[in-house]
Design a protein around this ligand. Sequence first.
Ligand code: NAP
Ligand code: 8YV
Length: 340
Amino acid sequence: MAPGGGVETGSPGGNVSDFETLMFSPMPPLVVEGVAACSRLHKLWEAADKEKTLAEIAPRIRGIATGGGHAKVDGDMLGRFPNLEIVSSFGVGYDHIDAGWAGKHGIVVTNTPDVLNDEVADTTFGLMLCAVRQLPQADRYVRAGNWPKAPFPLTASLRGRTLGILGLGRIGRTIARRAEAFGMKVIYHGRRPQDDAPYLYFPTAAGLARSCDILVAITPGGPETKHLVNADVLEALGPNGIFINVARGSVCDQDALIAALRDRKILTAGLDVYADEPNVPKELIEMEHVVLLPHVGSGTKHTRDAMGQLVVDNLRSFISGRGPLTPVAETPWPATRRAS
Ligand code: NAP
Ligand code: 8YV
């Protein structure tokens, strides 16, 4: 136990400094060990009385390592740590953290960009192929012993299809390159056209949906992109259209999506993310023609290790005075120090 009853750890043989870091819930072992090796780590989940422990250690906490469960890290939470300097988050998306609040209070937030681009793009293509070619359904068909009775019905195809990418960022561009290799035409929407992108730009999500066959959402989550894919966009995608969501559940109006699938306003969907994870609505589960994944876009050992290492490296670099490696846009480095 740490002085005052908190749960204290620290790598026995490591360089445990006087920089104190908090972890709310268990993170991958590589992260726990790495953070404990470069700082004095408090594992909140091991505390008998979490509130009491938090109150005791809060003034000493200078770093937070978080992510994995998307528990909200809002201004109220961050405000409990008067000497907080850095939040190192696991995952490229950080919509669960109020980075704007952090920036205004001189706290740097880091995420794990780029190391997962290929993995998420691979998953997107797997999901897209599954949804278009109905591969999980075909697998179920064989297992149910239906093949000897009749051939599996013909499906839609990727041939001659246009891929609409909603969010042509690091992952969006990686998806686009794979689509080119598949012989697909690529078009995109974002808040602005990108001069160096060799794809046609559409100024609205509905315009993009109207001009593509398969719409892939891969924007950040959060209030700015909330329900970017709504009933109008799904209507524009049309009855042969396929929607793939690998962004965040909040990017799509889930009720509108369920209605569009039910009423066959679109052909099908492949989803990796949902409005209230890990809860998936019964309506979606009961729909035979949709493909549902449990948020596994980056879910391989290789890529999760790379993400975890970046969480540790950001903290280690910051603690040693070299600054964060991958600060998010809202908390550029060097940060504006605390005004109050
Ligand atoms: P990124 O490089 O920042 O790209 C995000 C793209 O979204 C940018 O091209 C941006 O273009 C566009 N965008 C941002 N706000 C927008 C808005 N309001 N309307 C339309 N477009 C908007 O991020 P990334 O590294 O590619 O990651 C993207 C997201 O993927 C993450 O934030 C996360 O939510 C999700 N993700 C999911 C998984 C998974 O497991 N399913 C894994 C990794 C990431 P403009 O700036 O031009 O608008
Ligand atoms: C992670 C993700 O699985 O990076 C992201 O934004 O959605 C996934 O790669 C998730 O963040 C970890 O909880």
